[in-house]
Design a protein around this ligand. Structure first.
Ligand code: ZN
Length: 375
């Protein structure tokens, strides 16, 4: 999702990105306007796109602000042709499942549509009171010839569309949150995703049967893809939660001593596949150091001792901790190695490099086990 989007500034500290497919929407509006009302007025057409664009951004900001206040900061907002997606910093998501999390998820999901409803109601009331010539109740509701009316109806449309119980639309997220009261998050997501698929399929079918609704085919297609992605990430998350560090940590690893010289350290590093090394004094762990750091220090200041260069700030993990928890520690503090200890004794290490490898191996072994069960 991230790779196909271009940065478009920041708003309230949240990164704003526009997905390349968003430009389909521009072309679509331009085309439908041109066929429906003769040659489009480019200025007004652009203004209409601006109104929809702005309403989607405000919708996503609604999600972002409520989620940040609930303790899950928003990382970025990505604008898609069927609306936006707010990427939340899931590494900050508190682990405890339970009563409070589902209510919080409902609040975050509902915040976006609520923003649109507020805009529609306020703008509609102002127009009815002060600008009756806008003819709020006349068709077409959304078209470039009447921008104030379009503002009201496009916001109402955005709210209703997003409240469809089709995961990953906001309505589907509410549904998932409600399901998650009774079951774990993967099953709740699966159930919401299958309801979402029914909607996506319906949209595509209606779009194919009735040419006037051809855009529904596109919406259905996007919903389908989006639902698939969400399901994957939920499954991935649950794998991270169930795997213990003792299952994947490296137990055969090299260590350095603070009294080693950097040249000795480099010599050891050359003979090891490791990129990061725990530094041990006696049986105590006193720091960590990476191959790159050894090289950089050698280049900058010549030979010295590991002690002077090593990183003294590091996090340790227990062997029973989950992979998800290690992942959070690694990413939150930008670390590349986590020593695994038992009774303050170093028994293994987990590095980013080895995490990627073990994830692939785990996935493979699960597949094999599944295949063995099925045969
Ligand atoms: Zn939304």
């Amino acid at each position: 999702m991230r790779n196909w989007s271009i940065p478009a500034g920041r708003i309230f500290g949240v990164e704003l990105r526009v997905h390349l497919t968003f430009f389909f929407l521009l072309i679509f509006v331009w085309l439908t306007e041109a066929t429906a009302h003769g040659p489009a007025n480019p200025g007004r057409g652009l203004a209409l796109v601006g109104i929809i664009f702005g309403s989607v951004v405000l919708h996503e900001l609604g999600h972002a602000l409520v989620s940040t206040r609930a303790g899950i900061p928003a990382k970025a907002i990505i604008l898609l042709p069927i609306g936006g997606v707010t990427l939340l910093d899931e590494t900050q998501r508190p682990l405890e499942p339970g009563m409070l999390t589902w209510k919080r998820d409902v609040r975050i999901a509902v915040a976006g549509p609520v923003v649109n409803i507020l805009i529609a109601v306020i703008a509609g009331a102002v127009l009815l009171a002060f600008a009756p010539q806008v003819h709020l109740w006349t068709k077409p509701y959304v078209y470039s010839g009447n921008l104030p009316r379009s503002l009201v109806w496009s916001n109402l449309g955005l709210a209703l569309f997003n409240l469809l119980p089709a995961y990953p639309m906001d309505g589907g997220r509410v549904l998932r949150a409600v399901f998650s009261r009774r079951m774990d998050s993967v099953r709740a997501t699966r159930r919401a995703v299958s309801i979402g698929r029914v909607f996506a399929t319906l949209f595509m079918l209606v779009g194919m049967i009735e040419p006037a609704y051809v855009s529904l085919t596109m919406i259905g297609f996007f919903l389908f893809v989006a639902a698939q992605l969400e399901e994957r990430s939920a499954v991935f998350q649950s794998v991270l939660e169930t795997v213990r560090l003792e299952d994947i940590m490296l137990t055969d690893f090299a260590t350095l001593s603070p009294a080693d010289t950097l040249e000795d350290a480099l010599e050891k590093a050359v003979h090891s596949l490791q990129d990061d090394f725990p530094v041990i004094r006696g049986s105590d762990m006193v720091g960590v150091i990476s191959k790159q750091k050894i090289l950089a220090a050698l280049r900058a200041e010549g030979n010295g001792y590991v002690q002077a260069v090593m990183n003294r700030l590091f996090e340790v993990a227990q062997k029973k901790e989950s992979l998800a928890s290690a992942f959070r520690k690694l990413t939150a503090r930008n670390l590349s190695i986590i020593p695994v200890v038992e009774d303050e004794r170093l028994i293994g290490i987990v590095t980013l490099q080895n995490l990627m490898h073990s994830m692939a191996l785990l996935a493979e072994s699960r597949k094999l086990r599944k295949a063995a069960l099925n045969s």
